[in-house]
Structure formats: structure tokens, C-alpha cells
Design a protein around this ligand. Structure first.
Ligand SMILES: Nc1ncnc2c1ncn2[C@@H]1O[C@H](COP(=O)(O)OP(=O)(O)OP(=O)(O)O)[C@@H](O)[C@H]1O
Ligand SMILES: [Mg+2]
Length: 389
């Protein structure tokens, strides 16, 4: 790691810079210049380079390379040796270690609850993915441009850290796009149109709801009620109702296999396996999809509440557009059985799940790279230090 993030944070705080997502490109804000200029030479070189789109997700990181499609789809997990501080594994290999590591190894998820909780490790992970794409595809000359989808709650310091990590990994230029915007583009919504469209991206850490028109986010809300919270709800249910301890990964498997948000045509039961909290011995109980739906309801209710709350504050003209076009869902959480029907029932809007919803954000990043005009409009700007006088 070449840069000390504490120092970076301090420099940024000292500089007192700010940014606005609606500021146009290359703007010189009164507080300091804003980086991420789309320069014509870079755009020209972009025609020949294998530009890269990255969805830096809480649960999964995906990388797409222009002309090659999605080349990396790995869990956002890093295994670290606590003694030497060396990175031992990244991605699927590191995820297999979660909950199974000896005391000298920790498996870290550097993004939690939709925010970057560990800068240094996030930077390492990002560089690892960009470099492995470089190695596989020989993306040396011209250097690639990189678009990274970031959580919409990312702070200035985090945005700067992601931008710098991409540059340090060999990008010619790095652009950031907020996740709901990337999700909307990747879901095929007409984001540049005057007519409003709405997307609900349910990831691991956060559910992001956004109404978009004319290339900007008109209204948005983000809550920490998404895939991870659903897993935790199942862990809590097992402990409270069956007095047993189950792991996070078991909970996730049960959620995917039998979780739901709306009554199923045919309810069924599955085995839940874990450790009896009273005896410490292995235990298995049969749980029904009805019980699991009830256990998940705190999270699914919160998601529905957030969608409704966003609609309530959306300007009426745009609400009329939404009634026509419906709501697009993306992210892994949108695959929870019946969540689309539940949202449709409670909002009375047509709701549909985007094609290949886990890949909508990375698709959106890739598509933004193809269109300089769209990218210029939708990117999240990053503030830099005020130049010395
Ligand atoms: N079939 C399914 N049913 C329910 N949940 C699913 C399904 N498939 C994946 N998930 C969940 O989707 C989540 C991961 O989704 P995704 O990859 O979109 O998140 P992310 O982009 O990494 O997170 P975030 O957007 O919050 O940063 C995980 O919690 C996973 O358990
Ligand atoms: Mg996501």
C-alpha cells in the first residue's frame, strides 16, 4: 500500500473541499477543483483501449472489460494473515475461509452496510482485480479507463480513496458512478429521458431506491435493509425460536433456498442445521417457508416502506411516468421470492426484475463508458485538494 489513508483523510479534511453530484463536468467549484474531467484525448484513446467497469459491491465485486463482457465475479472478501498483515486470498477463495479460519487468519469484508469500512483492504482488493484483468488481457497500451460503481452513501474521503486506488492500479482515468444510477443504466432504464424512471437495487449491504430523470437522481433513499440483514434475521430467528446457533453462510443458503416476501403458490419446509445452544451439540430442525417469511418480514417491510416513502416525495409529474413504466428491481436481493409481487401489491405500480439483476450495476458501468455524454452527466464527482495559492 503506497499511501497512508489517515494522511489522505487529513489532507482532504484540511482542504475543506466539497462536491455536488449535479455539478457539470470539469467544474471548478468555489471550494476547489473537481476531478474526473472527460478529456477528448482520453475519449479518443478509449476507442482503442479495453476500458473497465467495476461494481464495488458489499457482497460481490464484478469487473467487465469492454469487448469481452464480465470477466470477474467474486465475493468482496479478503483473507489476511493477522501476524504478517499479508493478504492471503481474495474473492471466492477468501469467502470459503469465512468462519473457518485459524486464529492467525481473518477473512474481512472491507465493505459493510453499503459503506467502505476498511479503506486499505478495499484498495488492495480493487488493485488486485484491476491488475488481474491487466495480466489476463494485456491491457497495457493505451491504459484503460475505469468506471467504478460506488455505494451512494460513500463519503468524499471514500470516493477519493476509490478513485486513487483505480489510478494506482494503472487506470488512465477513473470515474465514479453511484450505484443506483449504474443499476438504472444496467437495467435498461432511459436515464437521460425527461420521463422519470425508478430503480430499486437490493444488494448485500443496502437497498437503494432512486427516481431518475434527465441523467440525474431526482429523489433517492438508501437503507441498510438488504441481503445481509435478511441473513442476520434468519440467524436471530434460529436463536430465538429454536435456541440454536447457525452460521451466516448457512443462513444465506436457507434464504436463497426457501426465503420469500409474499405467500407462495406452494409452501414447503427445509432443514435448518446448526448447534444447540443448550447442549452445544449439532441440531437440525424443520422450518417452513411461512416461518421464514415471518422471520424476514422486518427486513422486507423496511424495503417496502422505503420504496413507498420515495414515491411519496417524488414530484407528481414523475409519479405519472412511473405508473406507466413501472419500477425496475436489481441486485441479488431482488431475487428473493415474491419480493417483486409484494412491492407491486403495496405500491400499485408495475414492478419487474431486471435481466440478470446481480450484474445490472457492472453492466451500467460498462455502458456508461461507451457513451461519453452519458458518463459526463451521470458520474459522481470527486473533490480534490484546493491548489496552493
Ligand atoms: N436467489 C436469491 N434470493 C435471495 N437473495 C439472493 C439471491 N441470490 C443472491 N442473493 C443475495 O444478494 C446479495 C448480494 O447481492 P449483490 O451482489 O447485488 O450485492 P452487492 O452489490 O455486493 O451489495 P451492495 O449493493 O449492497 O453493495 C447477497 O445478500 C445474497 O445473499
Ligand atoms: Mg450492489
Amino acid at each position: 500500500m503506497s499511501r497512508a489513508f489517515a494522511g489522505l483523510a487529513n489532507r482532504l479534511l484540511d482542504s475543506g473541499t466539497s462536491t455536488s453530484p449535479s455539478t457539470t463536468n470539469a467544474a471548478l467549484s468555489p471550494l476547489g477543483p473537481v476531478i474526473s474531467v472527460i478529456n477528448p484525448l482520453s475519449s479518443f484513446l478509449g476507442m482503442f483501449s479495453h476500458d473497465i467497469g467495476i461494481d464495488l459491491g458489499t457482497a460481490n465485486t464484478l469487473v467487465s472489460v469492454r469487448g469481452r463482457g464480465i470477466v470477474i465475479d467474486e465475493p468482496s472478501v479478503v483473507a489476511i494473515d493477522t501476524v504478517t498483515k499479508r493478504v492471503l486470498a481474495i474473492g471466492a477463495e477468501a469467502k470459503r475461509m469465512v468462519g473457518r479460519t485459524p486464529s492467525t487468519i481473518v477473512a474481512v469484508r472491507p465493505l459493510r452496510d453499503g459503506v467502505i469500512s476498511d479503506f486499505a483492504v478495499t484498495e488492495k482488493m480493487l488493485q488486485y482485480f484491476i491488475r488481474s484483468v491487466h495480466e489476463r488481457f494485456g491491457l497495457g497500451i493505451p491504459k484503460p479507463r475505469v468506471v467504478v460503481g460506488i455505494p451512494s452513501g460513500a463519503t468524499e474521503v471514500e470516493k477519493r480513496a476509490v478513485h486513487d486506488a483505480a489510478m494506482a492500479a494503472g487506470a488512465r482515468a477513473a470515474y465514479l458512478i453511484e450505484e443506483p444510477m449504474a443499476a438504472a443504466i444496467g437495467s435498461g432504464l432511459p436515464v437521460m429521458d425527461a420521463a422519470g424512471s425508478m430503480c430499486v437495487d437490493i444488494g448485500g449491504g443496502t437497498t437503494e431506491v432512486a427516481v431518475i430523470a434527465l441523467g440525474g437522481i431526482v429523489r433517492s433513499q438508501s437503507v441498510r435493509a438488504a441481503g445481509d440483514a435478511m441473513d442476520q434475521a434468519i440467524v436471530d430467528y434460529a436463536r430465538q425460536v429454536h435456541n440454536m446457533l447457525i452460521g451466516e453462510r448457512t443462513a444465506e443458503q436457507v434464504k436463497i433456498g426457501a426465503g420469500s416476501a409474499f405467500p407462495l403458490d406452494e409452501e414447503f419446509s427445509v432443514d435448518l442445521r446448526g448447534r444447540d445452544l443448550a447442549t452445544g451439540l449439532p441440531k437440525a430442525v424443520e422450518v417452513s417457508t411461512v416461518e421464514l417469511r415471518d422471520a424476514l418480514s422486518t427486513v422486507t417491510n423496511e424495503i417496502v416502506r422505503t420504496v413507498r416513502a420515495t414515491i411519496e416525495v417524488t414530484p407528481p409529474e414523475l409519479v405519472a411516468d412511473l405508473m406507466m413504466h413501472g419500477i425496475a428491481m436489481s441486485g441479488g436481493g431482488s431475487l428473493l421470492r415474491g419480493l417483486d409481487r409484494r412491492i407491486a401489491t403495496e405500491t400499485r405500480f408495475p414492478v419487474y426484475v431486471a435481466t440478470d439483476p446481480l450484474r445490472a450495476v457492472v453492466r451500467g458501468c460498462g455502458e456508461a463508458l461507451e457513451e461519453a455524454e452519458t458518463l459526463a452527466k451521470v458520474q459522481a464527482l470527486v473533490a480534490t485538494r484546493r491548489p496552493p495559492r
